[in-house]
Ligand binder design. Sequence first.
Ligand code: GDP
Length: 314
Amino acid sequence: MREAFNIESGKHYVAGHRGMVGAAIVRALQQAGARQIVHKTSNELDLRDSSAVHRFFEAERPDYVFLAAAKVGGIWANSTYPAEFIYDNLQIQNNVIEASRRFGVRKLLFLGSSCIYPKLAPQPLKEEYLMTGPLEPTNEPYAMAKLAGMSMVRAYRQQYGSDFISVLPCNLYGPGDNYHPKQSHVMAALLRKFSEAVRQGSAEVEVWGTGSPLREFMHCDDLASACLFLMEHYSSEEPVNIGTGTEISIRDLAGKIAEATGFQGKLVFNPEYPDGTPRKVMDSTRLMEMGWRAKVDLGLGIRETLGGLSSADF
Ligand code: GDP
């Protein structure tokens, strides 16, 4: 029998706590009463360095691991730094997963991503469509690394009986997102572009691609809530999609953000930038059947995220 997930008395290691997802998981753990949460910045612990990771696990001996550390980025970053996207992510997950097994971690949650589904998989994306076709070329190195991580989770369950699980979140947003003008994902990029356009009185905002791709966006606090829920209620080698069940086109998203910022100028779609995968919406039935639901409404989440932005974010 699997041991219970004991939030309050267990020792939690959140890898990647400075990123949007890791920080949201730390907040959720604190709110749930966790008394022992350990984390390290990448300067203190380079997760690509296996000896350093093993020394850290040997010293800390966490009970629970949330593997939210990864090199992530939007469509431009993935196309520009493909080698770092595959190397860094493979190293990080190899080291953390193996150290977790070696030092007796009771449960580990590995974060994948909806972009590891085949480019032309039927939609909404069901977990069983993974590995059934070619990947979206703009993020293939990242996706390959994440697929390897999920395979590792499955293999460790099979060979060592480790209680490790994998989850696949949809596109995320919220406080602590990466607002780099080129390297960010679409939500952060547009929040920044529209806020700056309003401040500078610009007449136009450029939106990449045609505006027609469809995406599903979740607030990072909802993701963190789902991760804690699954740590408590789920133990199987099958990955679990984490989505809201609602999709929106990039054009409509841009319209929502324009409205939330008060931008009244023109939206200029630039098809010279890639659209990426045409539609990416998850089937989150597996998660919802367990009784979990996202809570943060998209319009409200956008307004709150905007309200929390400061010059430090840009
Ligand atoms: P994806 O979901 O993995 O494709 O990654 P992104 O979040 O980077 O992009 C999602 C969609 O938003 C793509 O169709 C982009 O072309 C589009 N998009 C529109 N404007 C922007 C922008 O300013 N930055 C980014 N990253 N994407 C944009």
